[in-house]
Design a protein around this ligand. Structure first.
Ligand code: ADP
Ligand code: MG
Length: 400
């Protein structure tokens, strides 16, 4: 049987996802990459890319539709895959226009728009923080009367805690809405739930979560971004109550949001009473090098599996998970004062990966013992704070 020459178009408005492109090529696909001009000289795995295209902006419409339709005059495209969160929406938009299978615009809303995820999850019986759209002022007044402060006002479609504001009184909200003017409807207001923040990363095939792994952030991401600090996460003990509950909850969330296939990164809050809330999710590989951490723990590379899922679907084949190991890993990352921080003093044998990125320090540790991972991360938390940590308020639009 000859294998149909599957053609994949990857949208990469940010430089990431090399393992995805490499796996597509290894599976015999024709691989096209459309990126921003700014990233045309980045270290893409060129041997795995048949043709590369770039545009000054990859999200402006109708330019993007014109560009991809033009490409299609002489090339067939079987699947479109977004590498970055901001590409997830435009990928759906293109699929709808070009009639290419995959997640369409209705479902993509559940993964990109924090108001849509709230509404859909709540309507399907998933526990979410109480919330209100920023549309009708009577509804906002009613919400603030019913739900005790603090609240968070957050952009419906941003990532990396960008633009999230904690509010303590109605006056603060009205003032902020005044400032936002016509942009206010692009925000959602919700109850602030103090607690621990977790993430579950999964591989989904034909409506089933085939693989999922539960991990916990040492501090909530908002605390790290707004207060400065060291970002840390590690996967939970596999049969712990938290891990089991989170993975079951994640399954409920993916079903509620109508996720059919691909990879997801989802976040959850556990309050003081141990109750779980669905915080947010994305239809892509999690950022902040969590994919590397998950690979160190499980042996499964989410980028590679995503490629295998898409290609299997395009070829009408079955997808099967690779062998999975049940080990433990943790990551620690912070902004560094030094341009290229020297991490050579960090030499524990459990270190399996070091981050090489300007003004960043970071590493991943791996061990068969969860307690060892925790012990190492706790130690590095303090050492990183002394050796490297810099705090820069987040000004630019995030890309990851
Ligand atoms: N309702 C909430 N209650 C408590 N903390 C929240 C809430 N919403 C957001 N946060 C904090 O803000 C962070 C970012 O919010 P999130 O909804 O995950 O958006 P982003 O896409 O920017 O990651 C979370 O990790 C958490 O620390
Ligand atoms: Mg988040």
């Amino acid at each position: 049987m000859s294998i149909h020459n599957t053609t994949i178009l990857a949208l990469g408005s940010y430089f990431k996802g090399a393992a995805f492109l490499q796996e597509c090529k290894a599976l015999g696909c024709t691989v096209y990459l459309l990126t921003k001009e700014k990233y045309k000289d980045s270290d893409w795995p060129r041997e795995s890319i048949d043709e590369m295209f770039w545009m000054p902006e990859t999200h402006a419409q109708p330019d993007l539709t014109y560009a991809v339709s033009y490409m299609m005059r002489t090339r067939k495209i079987d699947r479109i895959v977004p590498l970055d969160d901001y590409d997830v929406e435009v990928a759906a938009n293109l699929r709808e226009h070009l009639r290419i299978p995959g997640m369409g615009e209705t479902t993509v809303r559940h993964f990109r728009d924090k108001l849509a995820m709230r509404v859909q999850a709540r309507d399907e019986g998933v526990n979410v923080p109480d919330f209100s759209p920023v549309l009708n002022y009577d509804d906002l007044r009613e919400f603030m009367g019913r739900v005790p402060a603090p609240w968070v006002l957050k952009p419906r479609s941003e990532a990396a805690s960008f633009g999230i504001k904690k509010l303590n009184s109605p006056d603060e909200l009205w003032e902020k809405l005044n400032e936002l003017g016509d942009r206010q409807s692009y925000f959602v207001l919700e109850q602030f739930i103090p607690g621990d923040v977790f993430h579950v990363d999964s591989v989904i095939w034909e409506d089933k979560v085939l693989f999922s792994i539960a991990s916990g952030y040492a501090k909530p991401p908002l605390t790290v971004v707004s207060g400065g600090g060291v970002f840390r996460s590690r996967n939970l003990v596999y049969d712990s109550l938290d891990a089991v509950a989170l993975r079951a909850f994640n399954q409920q969330v993916m079903k509620a949001l109508r996720m059919k296939r691909g990879v997801t990164h989802a976040e959850y809050i556990k309050d003081a009473d141990g109750k779980l809330y669905f915080l947010e999710t994305a239809a892509r590989v999690g950022g902040a090098n969590l994919a590397e951490m998950i690979e160190a723990a499980s042996g499964l590379n989410l980028w590679r599996e995503w490629a295998r899922v898409e290609v299997a679907n395009a070829r009408k084949q079955e997808y099967e998970l690779p062998p999975i190991k049940q080990s433990y890993a943790g990551i620690t990352v912070c902004l560094a004062r030094q341009e290229w921080p020297d991490m050579s003093a960090y030499d524990d044998p459990e270190i399996v990966w070091k981050l090489v990125k300007e003004h960043h320090a970071g590493l991943i540790v791996q061990s068969d013992h969860s307690v060892r991972v925790r012990e190492l991360l706790d130690g590095y938390g303090e050492r990183f704070a002394q050796d490297f940590m810099a705090f820069m308020p987040q000004l630019d639009k995030p890309t990851d």
